[in-house]
Write a protein that binds this ligand. Structure first.
Ligand code: SF4
Length: 119
């Protein structure tokens, strides 16, 4: 393959990854009406590297799961921050798959139950 083709393919992949992430982020913010509290993104695509965005895109990460039974908070790969003074678990915690922040209300295709099936 020529370098020109590789560059073009890389450009397409880059655009293909960035556009859905930016669209998803815009959609998430747009979903918050004017009278509603704005939800801060834990993994703002604009502050992540290309590689960080790529792995999130490959796993179809979203900051707002559509299935409350399967969210980051009950995923085996999620480590939440300790509860605040009000006993609330902060929105952003650590995802060991992404090696970075994820929302406790998020979801991706690498979700795995914390239930080991033992006991
Ligand atoms: S693997 Fe996916 S579902 Fe699990 S904590 Fe990370 S982002 Fe959330």
């Amino acid at each position: 393959m020529s370098k020109q083709f590789e560059f073009s393919r890389r450009s397409l992949v880059k655009c293909g990854v960035q556009v859905p992430i930016i669209s998803a982020a815009a959609g998430l913010l747009a979903a918050c009406g004017d009278g509603e509290e704005k939800v801060a993104l834990c993994a703002d695509p604009n502050s992540l590297s290309f590689g960080e965005n790529s792995i999130r895109q490959a796993n179809k990460y979203t900051e707002a799961t559509t299935d409350p039974e399967n969210d980051c908070l009950n995923c085996a790969f999620f480590t939440p921050e300790p509860p605040d003074a009000n006993g609330e678990i902060p929105n952003c915690g650590h995802c060991s798959i992404f090696e970075g922040l994820a929302s406790k209300n998020g979801y991706c295709e690498s979700w795995s139950t914390k239930d080991t099936g033992q006991g």
